[in-house]
Design a protein around this ligand. Structure first.
Ligand code: ZN
Length: 216
């Protein structure tokens, strides 16, 4: 089993056990040279084994495995084509992020790690999943961000490693969760633009971002 499929297997299990997806929802992929490996369609993410990860040529989109790739394959292909700097794409349906964004809200900076690690978040209005329309909408914004929130659907993150893409996913969901909790007991105090800028300039936070990128 290659290192890539081992990583995919590890994070597929993490996605399910952490509650970021339910059942067969969500999908993930990693680049391997000119190819990507993506989760097969219809599988519970935690049950996918090495050879079942579907090999797809990034340039042509040609599928080189017997199993059918995730129905969100187009979205993943567009991310790898538009972002030569990334090697991992993660798509999940985290409940707080979907809940907050579907109320028309943006997920705000509630605690220091969020602005320190995530430079911006792009929001897409609801579009039918698995279509060219959604893949094109993701393609339009993915060069400017690592985090795309799709209202009434889910979240897509990209990273230079699966660890990074997963961390972005966790941070967005945690921020949405803290915002929800805060909103139920009062009016949330959000970090100001100035506070966010200060955090981005903190050397210790920069160090953490570097550390994460170096660990593949
Ligand atoms: Zn989805």
């Amino acid at each position: 089993m290659s290192n890539v499929t081992q990583q995919l297997e590890l994070y597929a299990k993490k996605l399910v056990t952490s509650g970021l997806v339910v059942g067969a929802g969500g999908n993930l992929s990693m680049r391997d040279g000119d190819y990507m490996y993506i989760s097969p369609s219809g599988f519970d993410l935690q049950e996918i084994e090495g050879p079942q990860w579907v090999k797809v040529h990034i340039g042509s989109g040609a599928v080189e495995s017997e199993l059918k790739p995730s129905s969100e394959i187009l979205m993943h292909l567009e991310c790898f084509r538009r972002r030569p700097d990334i090697d991992s794409v993660l798509h999940a349906h985290p409940s707080y992020s979907v809940g907050v964004s579907s109320a028309g809200q943006e997920i705000p900076s509630m605690f220091p790690d969020f602005p320190a690690m995530i430079k911006n978040v792009k929001y897409l209005e609801y579009m039918i999943p698995t279509t060219h329309v959604l893949a094109d909408a993701v393609a339009d914004v993915i060069e400017e961000t690592d985090v795309v929130v799709m209202r009434n659907h889910g979240v897509l993150t990209v990273g230079t490693s699966m660890k990074e893409a997963y961390f972005f996913m966790q941070l967005v969901e945690e921020a949405a969760k803290v915002f929800t909790i805060s909103s139920t007991v009062g009016t949330p105090r959000l970090l100001s633009d100035e506070e966010c800028a200060d955090l981005r300039n903190l050397s210790s936070e920069k160090y953490r971002a570097k550390l994460l990128k170096d660990t593949k």
